[in-house]
Design a protein around this ligand. Sequence first.
Ligand SMILES: NC(=O)c1ccc[n+]([C@@H]2O[C@H](COP(=O)([O-])OP(=O)(O)OC[C@H]3O[C@@H](n4cnc5c(N)ncnc54)[C@H](O)[C@@H]3O)[C@@H](O)[C@H]2O)c1
Length: 265
Amino acid sequence: MKVSGKIIVVTGGGSGMGRELVLDLLSKGAKVIAVDIKEKSLKVTAELAGCKRDALRTEVVNIADKDAVFDFVSIAPSIFGAVDGIINNAGIIQPFIKFKDLPYEDIERVLNINLWGTLYMTKAFLPHLLSRPEAHIINISSMGGFLPVPGQTIYGASKAAVKLLTEGLNCELKNSNVNVTVVFPGAIHTQIMENSGLENQARALSKSELARLTTPQKAAGIIIDGMENNKYRVLIGRDSKFLDLFYRWSPKSAATFITKKMKRV
Ligand SMILES: NC(=O)c1ccc[n+]([C@@H]2O[C@H](COP(=O)([O-])OP(=O)(O)OC[C@H]3O[C@@H](n4cnc5c(N)ncnc54)[C@H](O)[C@@H]3O)[C@@H](O)[C@H]2O)c1
């Protein structure tokens, strides 16, 4: 689905990839409804929209709150008109703690936002999207959704669930007007540690580490290309592409490789 002239909802539009998705979509001629739990962050996105500000509406919604999502979805078409696409991007990571030590509070938080938030948004918007001539759903998983990362086991479980939710939906909607894409970003340079409440675990990255990360601007461009070219799956970054191949060749070797890498970090 070409994005020019379309109306697209982006969750997590106040930071990182979500913010860049909003700005890129606006620059390509779409109207955007940016959703985030943080009003302050949405204000910054709106300021950055500059002369495209009129094509942007911001909405504070906690995607983990089912009633709030359904309320938002019921008013969304009255903002600019019928919605053509949604990008379920909002998400958090878990504290870098082994599963046996991870409190239920953290487990529930991660699953409620990453899985249930994505599911509520998708299920609430689906009847509306099915009534459009052409529509698109993009769900952001992670390379941690196809490959285990020690210390991020619940995050991985939430993203693996998003992967299969999206791939299942793709099959079910095959002969409909709604296209579906799942995205697997590798490491992207964003504020996800801080936004996930892990300021204490964040460490300054070296220049060479930074250089290996994909920028959120680049990631946003790749995701929109995936929407415009109706890709089944989108891998972002050399790390994600390499680990996808490695994991499919030998899941056990890939898991051993990533475990050694994580020990060094
Ligand atoms: N950064 C990475 O390396 C990376 C890698 C793979 C996948 N991802 C995924 O990409 C997506 C975007 O991540 P990012 O790195 O841009 O993160 P980010 O923290 O920069 O942005 C995420 C945004 O989501 C918002 N958000 C969090 N909980 C919310 C809720 N309950 N309701 C509404 N909004 C909420 C945050 O306020 C924030 O503005 C996430 O789903 C993340 O899991 C990120």
